[in-house]
Design a protein. Structure first.
Length: 235
């Protein structure tokens, strides 16, 4: 089985929510799932499987960056036959047109990362979401009266940049915000013909240096978590 996930066959659901932080995965399992079971804790990357409104769901961490989510999502798709992975995380807005706490349902992820080229020989520097998860999230958001924006985001390989201004790829594709994982997830989904989406909460406004405080994050992420869970119920 998987080299990096120790769950037994049948312990991973077909639909998976994937935050970056293992403790956020635990928080979601403890506060939103019914009878969550810890099915893997290898390298302290926690995966829990439980139910939400009678729908079996797994919540597991991706770690940080394209290589990390690339490993975990690939093994979930191939070793555990997962159908859909929805990344749920935070992002830094490149534009003042976005506000703290805004939700972004990612249409396209662009990146300078060599992940997809090295893994699959892909020459493109951007990938779309795959499957029906993107549309289900948008439909569910309307039902919940949540304002969700869609567009292109930038999956960067570095968090701290010495370069001033927006990276060239951000200007090229008019990316709304920065994060670090969606590009690899979408590349894996394309190669393996699986479903993938990314739902983000704006936690920072890069031009103004505004950011959500540590104390605000738990409350701030609740709408995103509930939206993702409600969307999975419909899949």
């Amino acid at each position: 089985m998987s080299l990096h996930i120790s769950a037994k066959p049948g312990e991973i659901a077909k639909n998976i929510l994937m935050p970056g932080d293992p403790l956020r995965a635990k928080y979601i399992a403890d506060n939103f799932l019914t009878k969550p079971k810890l099915v893997s804790s290898t390298r302290n990357i926690f995966f829990y499987t439980g139910t939400y409104k009678d729908k079996e769901i797994t919540v597991g961490a991706s770690g940080m960056g394209c290589p990390s989510i690339g490993i975990y999502s690939y093994e979930l798709y191939t070793e555990y036959e997962a159908d859909c992975i929805i990344r749920i995380g935070t992002c830094g807005a490149y534009t003042k047109k976005l506000n703290l706490f805004d939700l972004i349902n990612v249409d396209i992820a662009c990146s300078e990362s060599t992940y997809a080229a090295c893994a699959f020989g892909y020459k493109t520097d951007r990938f779309k979401h795959r499957g029906n998860a993107f549309d289900v999230i948008n439909t569910t958001a309307k039902e919940l009266n949540l304002d969700v924006k869609s567009g292109t985001i930038h999956s960067g390989d570095v968090f701290y940049r010495t370069e001033k201004g927006k990276p060239a790829i951000v200007k090229k594709y008019k990316a709304l915000a920065a994060e670090m994982e969606a590009f690899a997830l979408f590349a894996n989904a394309r190669y393996l013909k699986k479903s993938a989406a990314t739902l983000l909460t704006v936690s920072d406004i890069i031009p103004t240096h505004e950011k959500i405080s540590a104390d605000e994050r738990e409350k701030a992420l609740k709408p995103m978590i509930e939206l993702a869970l409600e969307a999975v119920v419909k899949m």
